[in-house]
Design a protein around this ligand. Sequence first.
Ligand code: 3PY
Ligand code: MG
Length: 247
Amino acid sequence: MKKNTVLEKIERGEPAFGFSLGSGSPLIAELVAHAGFDWIWLDTQHGYWDESELLAALQVIFPTDTTPIVRPGSNEFYRIGRLLDAGAEGVIVPMVNSPEEAAAAVYAARYPPAGGRSGGGARLSLFGDDYFEKANDEVLVAVMIETTQALAAVDEIAAVPGVDCLFIGPGDLRAFLQTQVGSAEHQAAIARILDAANNAGIFAGFPCGAVEDAIRRADEGFKLVTCASDISSLRAGLTSALEALGR
Ligand code: 3PY
Ligand code: MG
């Protein structure tokens, strides 16, 4: 089976730097996939992907060395299975608030006996004849810790077998904590989640909007980080062009 190069990198102790896509454009996915990031985050929770655009994006990412990881809109069994059947090499499941919800995400993403994922999906033959034997080791399962409920149960969530990564949702965490990004409380929550992942022998992830933040988070020990997004890059380009025009 095609190796998950993000997992390989993280197993070597290195961070994997990604780029987030929400615009729903396979063209942009193709350009980013050839640019040289370790992974692409295709966000179907807050991004604008429909099913056929997402499939087209996974098809153009496939021949590159970039690993596609998809955020489903919800922690839903058939949704997660469909994303993996389409060729996602991992899922980042939003709003996972309890060990039971983490176990449900694992159940959807892993074949028996580790889970209950249903077998099927024509594209999977492209990954190799041994896909069904190897997929449980190669598919990355990240659960998002982004509520006070999840924070209170973070050690139990981290201990759920089959969870690879605790992925922080800093924006939602800020809202649930009723605080500001960067406040002492926000920072303590982030540190608490990183510790929980490390103590459980798994890794943690962080979505960053700027490459300097991604490098800082990687230095702190986060392994699965994004550096920027299509929308933020477009906005930055627009702002600098307009500034140059004096507008
Ligand atoms: C959050 O900050 O809540 C996220 O989900 C980031 O994508
Ligand atoms: Mg969120």
